[in-house]
Design a protein around this ligand. Structure first.
Ligand code: SAM
Ligand code: SF4
Length: 439
């Protein structure tokens, strides 16, 4: 039997890329590849890239440059670029970095086996189509290998919202939802392999409208179906748009026992002027009222969000409105980014905010977010939470898992297996995690 070929995948960006990387590794598994943790002994290196911010693409080019020596030593090594930078830059990647053999966009990676064969025949392979066929259908069933207790499952891709700053509608294409029965089958298969918590993924996951037995299903409908899967203990979803928080989804947060009390709901800015210029089609007020309704359905829900500071035309007053909104919501987690110009998007053409001003605003916003985050984390001390244990900790006998609120929880001398779901009393709160003892 011939030695398996080795595949090294490096993943940048969002959780959807993490999922895509798994699926690409599985697709190449059929070509005799097994994954390796080091590029040094790889026969193929794949960078699964993100294009959401400028530096990400530059990082990819500098990473590719670092493989020059490896390729010189090992001429048979194949180097590929996948993901959103591949989609956006296409042929340009091969022009700028001739050592690249393969470029594949996020909608075409089911064609990787043929593309890999082409590179083995000494040709370059490029595919950045938005093909008609469903890539998930074309991908083979996932191998039955055992897995850890948590997994991502992509249910929806692409976006039709065209926020003025965002490349997603261009790199990932129009919004498409996978049919419900296939998602449920994939979830059952993951559970058989040891998964107990599934995070449903989509760029606009709550816009999900996949085909169900009685017409299109909403995300809430899909969650209720998944709620029936035996052995699946927890369901999460990300990322949501405020305009797609339908009544049934809000209600599910109060009534669906496996749906976790955590919601990532990006708002981007607290200023109505900026929200309008961002083409977000919601206001700060409508967002706050929405959170009120969500909290009425599930009072202990932990809110998370995304913010962009230094968007073109953002004044001090606009920025203050963002700080006010953060203060009012009290986020358990929030991710904030300095606006990054994306060529081809409407905001790229507008007068930009002074980068120093944007830097200073980012620091102020992050300080406020950290304060709230810490306060909420500290408020868990003395409470009982449920922890899904994911791995051993750094100390002997220690186990680490996540609470329903997605806080990392450490338990010393815990006699529990990976995958166990146990009640834990929180005894202390550290910099980025909680500690507790089994109840
Ligand atoms: N669909 C989600 C939504 O509507 O909020 C977000 C998806 S996007 C992949 C993730 C986050 O990246 C966004 O919420 C936004 O905060 C940030 N982002 C997107 N484009 C950006 C840009 N040009 N500059 C800075 N941050 C950006
Ligand atoms: Fe990008 Fe999200 Fe806006 Fe879609 S809704 S354009 S993915 S930020």
């Amino acid at each position: 039997m011939s030695e398996p070929k080795k595949l090294f995948i490096k993943t940048y960006g969002c959780q959807m890329n993490v999922y895509d990387s798994e699926r690409m590794a599985e697709a190449l598994g059929g070509q005799g590849y097994v994954e390796t943790k080091s590029p040094d002994d790889a026969d193929m290196i794949l960078l699964n890239t993100c294009h959401i911010r400028e530096k990400a693409a530059e990082k990819v080019y500098s990473e590719l440059g670092r493989f020059k020596g490896l390729k010189a030593e090992k001429p048979d090594l194949k180097i590929g670029v996948a993901g959103c930078v591949a989609q956006a830059e296409g042929q340009e990647i091969m022009r700028r970095q001739p050592l690249v053999d393969l470029v594949v966009g996020p909608q075409s990676y089911h064609r990787l086996p043929e593309m890999e064969a082409k590179t083995r025949a000494g040709e370059k392979a490029l595919d950045t189509d938005f093909p008609e066929e469903d890539k998930f259908e074309k991908l083979k069933n996932r191998p039955k290998a055992k897995r850890g207790p948590t997994a991502f499952l992509t249910v929806q891709e692409g976006c039709d919202k065209f926020c003025a700053f965002c490349v997603v509608p261009y790199t990932r294409g129009a919004e498409v939802s996978r049919p419900a029965d296939r998602i449920i089958r994939e979830a059952q298969d993951l559970v058989e392999r040891g998964v107990r918590e599934i995070t449903l993924l989509g760029q606009n996951v709550n816009a999900y409208h996949g085909a169900g037995p009685n017409g299109d299903m909403t995300l809430a409908g899909l969650i209720w179906e998944l709620n029936k899967v035996d052995g699946l203990e927890r369901i999460r979803f990300t990322t949501s748009h405020p305009n797609d928080m339908t009544d049934d989804l809000i209600e599910a947060h109060g009534t669906c026992d496996k749906l976790m009390p955590y919601l990532h709901l990006p708002v981007q800015s607290g200023s109505d002027h900026i929200l309008k210029r961002m083409n977000r089609s919601h206001t700060a007020e409508s967002y706050l009222r929405l959170i009120e309704r969500i909290r009425a359905a599930r009072p202990d829900i932990l809110m998370s969000g995304d913010f962009i500071v230094g968007f073109p035309e953002e004044s001090d007053a606009d920025f203050q409105a963002t700080l006010d909104l953060v203060d009012e919501v009290q986020y358990g987690y929030a991710y904030s980014f300095k606006y990054s110009t994306r060529p081809g998007t409407p905001a790229a053409e507008r007068p930009q905010v002074d980068p120093q001003v944007a830097d200073e605003r980012l620091q102020r916003l992050q300080a406020l977010i950290t304060r709230d985050q810490r306060k909420i984390q500290d408020s868990m001390v003395g409470r009982n939470v449920h922890v899904l244990f994911e791995k051993p900790g750094r100390q002997q006998g220690q186990m680490v898992g996540k609470s329903e609120y997605l806080h990392a929880v450490h338990v010393a001398d815990a006699d529990v297996a990976v995958g166990a779901l146990r009640e834990v009393r929180i005894t202390s709160s550290g910099a980025n995690s909680l500690a507790g003892e089994l109840v």
